[in-house]
Design a protein around this ligand. Structure first.
Ligand code: GUN
Length: 280
Protein backbone atom coordinates (compact mmCIF):
# COMPACT_ATOMS: atom_id res chain seq x y z
CA UNK A 1 0.00 0.00 0.00
CA UNK A 2 1.57 3.23 -1.13
CA UNK A 3 1.28 6.63 0.47
CA UNK A 4 -1.01 8.53 -1.90
CA UNK A 5 0.35 12.00 -2.65
CA UNK A 6 -2.67 14.30 -2.62
CA UNK A 7 -2.10 16.94 -5.30
CA UNK A 8 -5.52 18.45 -4.73
CA UNK A 9 -4.77 19.12 -1.07
CA UNK A 10 -1.20 20.37 -1.67
CA UNK A 11 -2.26 22.64 -4.54
CA UNK A 12 -5.07 24.06 -2.36
CA UNK A 13 -2.52 24.83 0.40
CA UNK A 14 -0.25 26.59 -2.11
CA UNK A 15 -3.15 28.62 -3.50
CA UNK A 16 -4.18 29.67 0.00
CA UNK A 17 -0.60 30.75 0.80
CA UNK A 18 -0.58 32.76 -2.44
CA UNK A 19 -3.95 34.31 -1.62
CA UNK A 20 -2.45 35.67 1.61
CA UNK A 21 0.61 37.03 -0.21
CA UNK A 22 -1.56 38.69 -2.84
CA UNK A 23 -3.71 40.37 -0.22
CA UNK A 24 -0.56 41.70 1.52
CA UNK A 25 0.68 43.04 -1.82
CA UNK A 26 -2.73 44.60 -2.45
CA UNK A 27 -2.59 46.33 0.93
CA UNK A 28 0.72 47.82 -0.26
CA UNK A 29 -1.05 49.11 -3.35
CA UNK A 30 0.17 46.42 -5.75
CA UNK A 31 -2.28 44.51 -7.91
CA UNK A 32 -0.88 41.47 -9.72
CA UNK A 33 -2.07 41.04 -13.26
CA UNK A 34 -1.81 38.09 -15.66
CA UNK A 35 -2.62 38.42 -19.37
CA UNK A 36 -3.98 35.17 -20.82
CA UNK A 37 -4.11 34.92 -24.60
CA UNK A 38 -6.00 32.21 -26.47
CA UNK A 39 -5.92 32.08 -30.25
CA UNK A 40 -8.83 30.13 -31.78
CA UNK A 41 -11.25 27.93 -29.85
CA UNK A 42 -9.63 24.58 -29.29
CA UNK A 43 -12.03 23.09 -26.70
CA UNK A 44 -9.28 21.68 -24.45
CA UNK A 45 -7.51 25.07 -24.46
CA UNK A 46 -10.77 26.79 -23.54
CA UNK A 47 -11.09 24.51 -20.50
CA UNK A 48 -7.44 25.11 -19.45
CA UNK A 49 -7.73 28.88 -19.91
CA UNK A 50 -11.01 28.90 -17.95
CA UNK A 51 -9.32 27.06 -15.08
CA UNK A 52 -6.42 29.53 -15.08
CA UNK A 53 -8.82 32.47 -14.94
CA UNK A 54 -10.74 30.84 -12.08
CA UNK A 55 -7.51 30.29 -10.12
CA UNK A 56 -6.59 33.97 -10.63
CA UNK A 57 -9.97 35.01 -9.32
CA UNK A 58 -9.62 32.78 -6.23
CA UNK A 59 -6.18 34.12 -5.37
CA UNK A 60 -6.96 37.74 -6.15
CA UNK A 61 -4.87 38.12 -9.29
CA UNK A 62 -6.38 40.28 -12.00
CA UNK A 63 -6.63 38.41 -15.30
CA UNK A 64 -6.84 40.06 -18.70
CA UNK A 65 -8.39 37.74 -21.25
CA UNK A 66 -7.50 38.00 -24.94
CA UNK A 67 -9.64 35.75 -27.09
CA UNK A 68 -8.29 36.07 -30.61
CA UNK A 69 -9.77 34.58 -33.78
CA UNK A 70 -8.33 31.40 -35.32
CA UNK A 71 -7.00 33.36 -38.34
CA UNK A 72 -4.89 35.78 -36.23
CA UNK A 73 -1.46 36.26 -37.83
CA UNK A 74 1.87 35.86 -36.08
CA UNK A 75 2.51 39.61 -36.52
CA UNK A 76 -0.82 40.50 -34.91
CA UNK A 77 -0.14 38.22 -31.95
CA UNK A 78 3.41 39.54 -31.50
CA UNK A 79 2.09 43.12 -31.62
CA UNK A 80 -0.20 42.31 -28.65
CA UNK A 81 2.65 40.62 -26.77
CA UNK A 82 4.88 43.66 -27.39
CA UNK A 83 2.22 45.95 -25.96
CA UNK A 84 1.84 43.73 -22.88
CA UNK A 85 5.63 43.51 -22.46
CA UNK A 86 5.75 47.32 -22.30
CA UNK A 87 2.78 47.63 -19.91
CA UNK A 88 4.04 47.93 -16.31
CA UNK A 89 0.64 47.01 -14.91
CA UNK A 90 0.92 43.53 -16.48
CA UNK A 91 3.21 41.10 -14.61
CA UNK A 92 2.70 37.82 -16.44
CA UNK A 93 1.91 36.90 -20.06
CA UNK A 94 0.64 33.48 -21.06
CA UNK A 95 -0.17 32.38 -24.60
CA UNK A 96 -2.11 29.14 -24.43
CA UNK A 97 -0.53 26.45 -26.63
CA UNK A 98 -0.99 25.05 -29.19
CA UNK A 99 -1.40 28.07 -31.47
CA UNK A 100 -2.91 27.74 -34.99
CA UNK A 101 -0.51 26.51 -37.66
CA UNK A 102 0.13 29.91 -39.34
CA UNK A 103 1.83 31.00 -36.09
CA UNK A 104 5.29 29.74 -35.17
CA UNK A 105 5.19 28.66 -31.53
CA UNK A 106 8.90 29.33 -30.97
CA UNK A 107 8.56 32.91 -32.22
CA UNK A 108 5.72 33.48 -29.75
CA UNK A 109 7.59 31.98 -26.81
CA UNK A 110 10.59 34.18 -27.63
CA UNK A 111 8.47 37.32 -28.00
CA UNK A 112 7.38 37.21 -24.35
CA UNK A 113 9.72 39.12 -22.04
CA UNK A 114 11.59 36.67 -19.76
CA UNK A 115 10.49 38.95 -16.87
CA UNK A 116 6.84 38.09 -17.66
CA UNK A 117 7.39 34.50 -18.82
CA UNK A 118 5.24 32.83 -16.16
CA UNK A 119 5.12 29.59 -18.19
CA UNK A 120 8.93 29.35 -18.00
CA UNK A 121 9.15 28.44 -21.70
CA UNK A 122 11.45 31.24 -22.93
CA UNK A 123 14.99 30.08 -23.85
CA UNK A 124 16.35 32.58 -21.30
CA UNK A 125 14.23 30.96 -18.55
CA UNK A 126 15.29 27.46 -19.62
CA UNK A 127 18.95 28.55 -19.78
CA UNK A 128 18.77 30.18 -16.34
CA UNK A 129 17.41 26.95 -14.87
CA UNK A 130 20.20 24.91 -16.41
CA UNK A 131 22.95 27.12 -14.96
CA UNK A 132 21.30 27.65 -11.57
CA UNK A 133 20.30 31.28 -12.07
CA UNK A 134 17.01 32.92 -11.17
CA UNK A 135 14.21 32.63 -13.67
CA UNK A 136 10.75 31.21 -14.11
CA UNK A 137 10.45 27.44 -14.07
CA UNK A 138 7.99 25.43 -16.15
CA UNK A 139 4.93 24.87 -13.97
CA UNK A 140 4.37 21.10 -14.15
CA UNK A 141 7.90 20.06 -13.14
CA UNK A 142 7.98 22.82 -10.50
CA UNK A 143 4.74 21.32 -9.18
CA UNK A 144 6.29 17.85 -9.00
CA UNK A 145 9.12 19.21 -6.84
CA UNK A 146 6.55 20.78 -4.50
CA UNK A 147 4.64 17.48 -4.28
CA UNK A 148 7.85 15.70 -3.25
CA UNK A 149 9.00 18.36 -0.80
CA UNK A 150 5.63 18.83 0.86
CA UNK A 151 5.31 15.04 1.21
CA UNK A 152 8.74 14.92 2.91
CA UNK A 153 10.23 12.76 0.16
CA UNK A 154 13.94 13.45 0.03
CA UNK A 155 15.51 13.98 -3.41
CA UNK A 156 19.15 14.51 -2.42
CA UNK A 157 21.31 11.51 -3.29
CA UNK A 158 18.35 9.56 -4.70
CA UNK A 159 18.29 7.72 -8.03
CA UNK A 160 15.77 9.72 -10.06
CA UNK A 161 14.57 8.39 -13.41
CA UNK A 162 12.57 10.69 -15.69
CA UNK A 163 10.75 9.06 -18.60
CA UNK A 164 10.19 11.68 -21.31
CA UNK A 165 12.37 14.50 -22.60
CA UNK A 166 9.90 17.19 -23.64
CA UNK A 167 10.86 20.85 -23.30
CA UNK A 168 7.90 21.47 -21.00
CA UNK A 169 8.23 18.49 -18.63
CA UNK A 170 11.08 16.00 -19.06
CA UNK A 171 14.02 18.37 -19.58
CA UNK A 172 13.14 20.96 -16.89
CA UNK A 173 12.15 18.10 -14.56
CA UNK A 174 15.61 16.60 -14.81
CA UNK A 175 17.28 20.00 -14.26
CA UNK A 176 15.15 20.62 -11.16
CA UNK A 177 15.90 17.19 -9.68
CA UNK A 178 19.59 17.83 -10.35
CA UNK A 179 19.30 21.19 -8.58
CA UNK A 180 17.96 19.23 -5.58
CA UNK A 181 21.05 16.98 -5.72
CA UNK A 182 19.35 13.90 -7.12
CA UNK A 183 21.20 11.52 -9.45
CA UNK A 184 19.30 11.78 -12.72
CA UNK A 185 18.68 9.47 -15.67
CA UNK A 186 16.49 10.69 -18.53
CA UNK A 187 14.79 8.00 -20.64
CA UNK A 188 13.07 8.42 -24.00
CA UNK A 189 11.78 6.45 -26.97
CA UNK A 190 15.29 5.27 -27.95
CA UNK A 191 16.29 4.13 -24.45
CA UNK A 192 17.39 0.50 -24.33
CA UNK A 193 16.27 -1.69 -21.40
CA UNK A 194 13.73 0.87 -20.20
CA UNK A 195 12.37 -1.53 -17.61
CA UNK A 196 15.78 -2.19 -16.04
CA UNK A 197 16.59 1.53 -15.93
CA UNK A 198 13.21 2.36 -14.32
CA UNK A 199 13.70 -0.38 -11.73
CA UNK A 200 16.78 1.44 -10.45
CA UNK A 201 14.70 4.50 -9.53
CA UNK A 202 14.02 5.63 -5.99
CA UNK A 203 11.94 8.36 -7.63
CA UNK A 204 10.33 7.55 -10.97
CA UNK A 205 8.78 10.44 -12.91
CA UNK A 206 6.61 9.26 -15.77
CA UNK A 207 5.81 11.68 -18.62
CA UNK A 208 5.61 9.46 -21.68
CA UNK A 209 2.11 10.22 -22.94
CA UNK A 210 0.99 6.57 -23.17
CA UNK A 211 -2.01 5.48 -21.10
CA UNK A 212 -1.17 3.04 -18.26
CA UNK A 213 2.14 1.98 -19.86
CA UNK A 214 4.14 1.73 -16.64
CA UNK A 215 3.06 -1.27 -14.59
CA UNK A 216 4.61 -2.85 -11.48
CA UNK A 217 7.28 -4.61 -13.58
CA UNK A 218 8.97 -1.19 -14.11
CA UNK A 219 8.97 -0.19 -10.44
CA UNK A 220 11.34 -0.98 -7.56
CA UNK A 221 9.33 -1.89 -4.44
CA UNK A 222 9.08 1.15 -2.18
CA UNK A 223 9.84 3.67 -4.96
CA UNK A 224 8.05 7.01 -5.30
CA UNK A 225 6.11 7.11 -8.57
CA UNK A 226 4.97 10.43 -10.02
CA UNK A 227 2.54 10.24 -12.93
CA UNK A 228 2.48 13.29 -15.20
CA UNK A 229 0.24 11.72 -17.86
CA UNK A 230 -3.43 12.39 -18.33
CA UNK A 231 -5.64 10.51 -20.76
CA UNK A 232 -9.18 9.28 -21.21
CA UNK A 233 -9.38 5.52 -21.50
CA UNK A 234 -11.77 3.49 -23.64
CA UNK A 235 -14.48 3.95 -20.97
CA UNK A 236 -13.93 7.74 -20.94
CA UNK A 237 -12.32 7.44 -17.50
CA UNK A 238 -9.29 9.62 -16.67
CA UNK A 239 -6.02 7.73 -16.32
CA UNK A 240 -2.30 8.44 -16.34
CA UNK A 241 0.83 6.95 -17.89
CA UNK A 242 1.08 4.65 -14.87
CA UNK A 243 -1.08 1.57 -14.37
CA UNK A 244 -2.16 2.68 -10.90
CA UNK A 245 -3.88 -0.57 -9.91
CA UNK A 246 -0.73 -2.54 -10.66
CA UNK A 247 1.83 -0.09 -9.19
CA UNK A 248 0.09 1.20 -6.05
CA UNK A 249 0.46 -2.04 -4.06
CA UNK A 250 4.26 -2.07 -4.41
CA UNK A 251 5.17 1.67 -4.53
CA UNK A 252 6.22 3.60 -1.45
CA UNK A 253 4.35 6.69 -2.62
CA UNK A 254 2.33 7.45 -5.74
CA UNK A 255 0.34 10.26 -7.34
CA UNK A 256 -3.18 9.44 -8.51
CA UNK A 257 -4.73 10.63 -11.78
CA UNK A 258 -6.76 12.76 -11.45
CA UNK A 259 -5.78 14.62 -8.30
CA UNK A 260 -2.00 14.22 -8.41
CA UNK A 261 0.26 16.33 -10.63
CA UNK A 262 -2.60 17.97 -12.59
CA UNK A 263 -3.79 20.49 -9.99
CA UNK A 264 -0.19 21.49 -9.24
CA UNK A 265 0.42 23.01 -12.68
CA UNK A 266 -2.04 25.86 -12.15
CA UNK A 267 -0.90 26.36 -8.54
CA UNK A 268 2.68 26.84 -9.77
CA UNK A 269 1.52 29.16 -12.56
CA UNK A 270 -0.13 31.29 -9.89
CA UNK A 271 3.09 31.13 -7.86
CA UNK A 272 5.06 32.38 -10.87
CA UNK A 273 2.59 35.24 -11.34
CA UNK A 274 2.96 36.29 -7.72
CA UNK A 275 6.76 36.15 -8.06
CA UNK A 276 6.57 38.20 -11.27
CA UNK A 277 4.47 40.81 -9.48
CA UNK A 278 6.37 40.83 -6.20
CA UNK A 279 9.69 41.98 -7.71
CA UNK A 280 10.64 45.70 -7.79
N1 GUN B 1 -0.90 24.07 -23.26
C1 GUN B 1 -0.88 22.94 -22.52
N2 GUN B 1 -0.22 23.17 -21.35
C2 GUN B 1 0.17 24.46 -21.38
C3 GUN B 1 0.88 25.29 -20.46
O1 GUN B 1 1.31 24.86 -19.38
N3 GUN B 1 1.08 26.57 -20.85
C4 GUN B 1 0.63 27.05 -22.04
N4 GUN B 1 0.90 28.33 -22.33
N5 GUN B 1 -0.02 26.32 -22.91
C5 GUN B 1 -0.25 25.03 -22.58
Amino acid sequence: MAFVIDGKKISAQIKDELKDKVSTLKADGKEICLAVIQVGNDPASTVYVGNKKKACEYIGIKSLAYELPEETTEQELIAIIDKLNADDSVHGILVQLPVPKQINEDHIIQAISPKKDVDGFHPASVGALSIGQKGFVSCTPAGVIQLLKRSNIEIEGKECVVIGRSNIVGKPMSMLLLRENGTITVCHSKTKNLKEVCKRADILIVAIGRPRMIDASYVKPGATVIDVGIHRDENNKLCGDVDYASVEPIAGAITPVPGGVGPMTIAMLMNNCVEAGAVE
